[in-house]
Design a protein around this ligand. Structure first.
Ligand SMILES: *Cc1c(COP(=O)(O)O)cnc(C)c1O
Length: 399
């Protein structure tokens, strides 16, 4: 080894992945054991029971925490389980949370239906506008929670700016880094206090594992999260941890191609007459383009667009693709598309986070991009359905 600091790709493959010392196997084994033999009562080698800690989970936690530039990492059974632990660790009854105007529907539901009833107040505010954040700020505000790029509108928040603003008021910033992944963006290094992931998405990367993760650098916060993970028990299985670890090893090469394919798809959609507007931070006309250029390595694999034909046309279009599968989730090798208002964000209907029904969200996969573009082209050129094409652009709940 040299004195060089290892780069991202090297850490992704080696951090926490030491070969097995007893056999030389180049991969650490998957530890299925639930319990660990002690040499005397209370004397063990760091593991007692696999809810409180498991070596396979531990090696994933070391790997992903290092990639995020964080001191501590915790793997959970799902992204929402990780979010739940983080919310409990950061907030108590009487505290106030500011949630960005665009967020995953399940995050909104967790805050609105699970945490708000326990006495945690929240408001929705546009974190890309510091005046809007200041206007919603309360004495009791403890946390600002943002996604950037956001789901499903691909909005961009200036992490460094919002971290400074939040810290000046004595609160903490959480960034959901699911869309970017640490390969494209490292929020902790930009000043965020905590990062949260659905590892179900790009980190796993193959639509075969549900998981979550949170990374922090404050040891007190880390201790609280470790306590909550053990006390509430939403831990991932060793096999699931292994799948996420394996996915992370190819993250850099996958993300490079996701970004390249998504940029080509966004360019194609921009010129298509049935597309009213493309939402992709890589486009020069995107309101967050310059911030994204500054804080991200590249612009990611997610592209959303507003169908020019209205809701019925958008719903018809997502039914007609042959390579893009009509499905929830994102970030895997295969291309997926969905209608957020009726699918992933149905939980946010009737709220300020409700999504325009003309919106279509694409998770651009790793197939040959010419095939993906041809597929979208044939689906967009679908003839109008009787009774379809009636809603005008801009008539959705977001106005
Ligand atoms: C999917 C998703 C989540 C929730 O993660 P699960 O693994 O489904 O529980 C949270 N945030 C974002 C941005 C997501 O896309």
């Amino acid at each position: 080894m040299t004195d060089r600091e290892p780069g991202f790709e090297t850490l992704a493959i080696h951090a926490g992945q030491d070969p097995d010392p007893t056999t030389g196997a180049v991969l650490p084994p998957i530890h299925l054991a639930t319990t660990y033999r002690q040499s005397a009562a209370g004397q063990h080698q760091g593991f007692e029971y696999s809810r409180s800690g498991n070596p396979t989970r531990r090696s994933l936690e070391i790997q992903l925490a290092q990639l995020e530039g964080a001191g501590f990492g915790f793997a959970f059974a799902s992204g929402l389980a990780a979010e739940d632990a983080l919310l409990r660790a950061l907030l108590g009854p009487g505290d106030h949370l500011l949630l960005n105007t665009d967020a995953y529907g399940g995050t909104f539901r967790l805050v609105d239906k699970v945490h708000a009833p326990t006495g945690i107040a929240y408001d929705i505010a546009d974190a890309s506008d510091l005046d809007a954040l200041a206007a919603s700020w309360r004495e009791s505000t403890k946390v600002v929670w943002v996604e950037t790029p956001s789901n499903p509108l691909l909005g961009i928040v200036d992490i460094r700016l919002v971290a400074e603003f939040t810290h000046a008021r004595g609160a903490r910033l959480v960034v959901d880094n699911t869309f970017a992944t640490p390969y494209l963006q490292r929020p902790i290094l930009l000043g965020a206090d905590a990062v949260v992931h659905s590892t179900t998405k790009y980190l796993g990367g193959h639509s075969d594992v549900v998981g979550g993760f949170t990374a922090v650098s404050d040891p007190h916060l880390a201790e609280r999260i470790a306590f909550l993970e053990n006390a509430t028990g939403a831990v991932p299985s060793p096999l699931d941890c292994y799948l996420v670890q394996r996915g992370i090893k190819t993250l850099a090469v996958r993300m490079d191609r996701h970004c390249r394919n998504a940029a080509a798809v966004a360019g194609f959609l921009e010129d298509h007459p049935m597309v009213a507007r493309v939402l992709y931070p890589g486009l020069a006309g995107h309101p967050g383009h310059e911030i994204a250029q500054r804080q991200m390595r590249d612009f990611g694999g997610m592209v959303s667009f507003l169908h020019a034909g209205g809701e019925a046309a958008a719903v018809e279009m997502v039914r007609r693709t042959k390579i893009f599968a009509l499905a929830e989730s994102l970030g895997a090798v295969e291309s997926l598309l969905e209608h957020p208002a009726r699918m992933t964000h149905a939980a946010a209907a009737e709220s300020r986070l409700a999504v325009d029904p003309h919106l279509v969200r694409l998770s651009v996969g790793l197939e040959l991009v010419d095939d993906l573009i041809a597929d979208l082209d044939q689906a967009l050129d679908a003839p109008a359905q009787p009774g379809g094409l009636t809603t005008a652009v801009g008539a959705g709940p977001r106005g």
